[in-house]
Write a protein that binds this ligand. Sequence first.
Ligand code: AVJ
Length: 320
Amino acid sequence: MALPSQSEEQIQDREFLRDVLEGLGRRQKALPCKYLYDETGSRLFERICELDDYYLTRAEADIFSKYLTDMARRIGPAALIVEPGAGNCKKVQQLLRQLDSPTGYYPIDISPEILMAAQGRMAAQLPGLTIRAVVGDFSDPEAWTGLMDFPACKKVVFFPGSTIGNFSPQHAEDLLAFFKSMLQPGDGLLIGTDLVKDAVVLERAYADSEHVTAAFNKNILVRINNELNADFDLALFAHRAFYHPLRQRVEMHLVSLKTHSVHIAGTRVYFEEGETIHTENSHKYSVAGFNCLLGKTGFTPVCHWSDIQRRYAVHYAQVN
Ligand code: AVJ
């Protein structure tokens, strides 16, 4: 007798449960940050981007509007823009509009709904532009095979939003080396990074006065409750974000306010008072530090643009 096949959803729930129990079984409890970004989490993140305290989004947008013509000149004519983790494809539009006869746009995203909606909007707003949207994981070479249909043109990977900051330095190096392996000599990388700065400014960006980041962080517990039949009491956890100057990163944690235990799909997990769950890292770079990372992964740093307060940088690099 054939066994009923498992739904995609069941498989995802099993992976989620496995990751949660594995992470909460460690000495320093941790949860993979990708689970922060469900629909509610993504909506909360969009609200974070509009906060006064979260300067990153505005600093990057200012850099793009101020230096757009310079960026387009560096990229040159007839380029194909590849955007890993494109999401709603909002940031790339002004760049595509500024470029000299771009060959096309190649967004890669795991969410088919978001990508297809964006593709529709883009086609309306940038008529005549070739759009090749790929639904898939951008760290999978499979998602990049469609580039072979554009053999002769210059490719530029567009990776804004300080997304690289979510990766540990080793993983960031692996990811940039992977991008490089998908490109040819002379191809480009346009990438945004948050810069190392005063801890007070950094911490305010991740522990905002409107407590949106706190809600974003706690949403991971809401998800575990809803999707994995758990009984986290949200009132027993507090949001904490701090800058670790040696690791050059802001760490986000959830602190247990008293000694208690939680049940997750029948498994009991103990928390000491003051014990934390590490939920996300946001790595900060100096321009020199990021140039070093670029150099190690086969890119030559060409130039960077920053805001007046030097809070954020957009780098342009070329494959050697
Ligand atoms: C999406 C990784 C760029 O690290 O600044 C913002 C995520 N987390 N506030 C960042 C985030 C809490 C954000 N990135």
